[in-house]
Write a protein that binds this ligand. Structure first.
Ligand SMILES: *Cc1c(COP(=O)(O)O)cnc(C)c1O
Length: 232
């Protein structure tokens, strides 16, 4: 069995076991294959082995791969997004995981309106308050969401995304995921127009099992599928 196929199979086993432990169904969890720096052939191989959703963090790289691969999969933009690059991905993405500021909302709204498309977005939340992390502080999320809901009609907020701290301490990581889940429950109760808490995007190669135990339904996994990234 080749490597990508074998890796995917063992990740799926892990997801299955993990959901079982916490009485969830494995169908609830989307495995988002993070394909940044990975060449198109390897992405296609992953798709042949059942991958339905891929994530990129560089708009031009997403656009370049999209030209070859097209709508065989759903494309997700993960990681911080500069406003001047929205134009490369607006007509291609299924969802943007990193909505974190008003200037980005303005740009997405402007571009989305032009092509008459609604854009699914997750709010990136900086739960751990690490300064190196992007995202909105937990205390500001509700106000931000209300503002988006009231002002940007082509932006559909579908949930929250976070990145755990770089920490060996599993309990610290778990607390961050718990915090995001709790926040999504609180927001859901507010019934804000145009806002649903359908998705919780949390968990990467080294912490996706903890994330699933804490309620994640999109795990963003790169290294465990494709191996260590080579930045060229
Ligand atoms: C690169 C990246 C991932 C995947 O990380 P791995 O450790 O390779 O699984 C997930 N989310 C974001 C936002 C990333 O930039």
């Amino acid at each position: 069995m080749n490597t990508i196929k074998a890796n995917l199979s063992s990740i799926r086993d892990n997801i299955k076991n993990c959901t079982k432990r916490v009485n969830r169904s494995e169908e609830e969890v989307t495995l988002l294959a993070v394909t940044k720096t990975v060449d198109v052939d390897a992405v296609l191989e992953a798709i042949d082995n059942g991958v339905t959703d891929v994530g990129e963090n560089k708009p031009q790289e997403l656009a370049r791969k999209y030209e070859v691969i097209g709508n065989k999969v759903k494309w997700h933009l993960i990681g911080s997004l500069q406003t001047n690059k929205v134009k490369y991905i607006i007509d291609k993405v299924y969802m943007i995981h990193s909505l974190d500021r008003q200037a980005l909302c303005e740009e997405i709204q402007k571009r989305a309106e032009k092509i008459n498309k609604n854009i699914n977005c997750l709010i990136q939340v900086n739960i751990s308050k690490e300064e190196s992390k992007h995202g909105i502080y937990e205390s500001d999320v509700v106000d931000f969401i209300k503002h988006v809901s009231a002002n940007y009609k082509n932006i559909k907020i579908k949930g929250l995304m976070t990145m755990a701290p770089f920490s060996e301490d599993k309990e610290e990581v778990r607390e961050v995921f718990k915090g995001l889940k709790q926040l999504s429950i609180e927001i859901d109760k507010m019934n804000i127009d145009n806002v649903s808490m359908e998705y919780l995007s949390m968990g990467m190669s080294n912490d996706y099992e903890i994330a699933i135990e804490e309620g994640s339904n999109i795990v963003r996994v790169g290294t465990s599928i494709f191996g260590k990234r080579e930045y060229k």
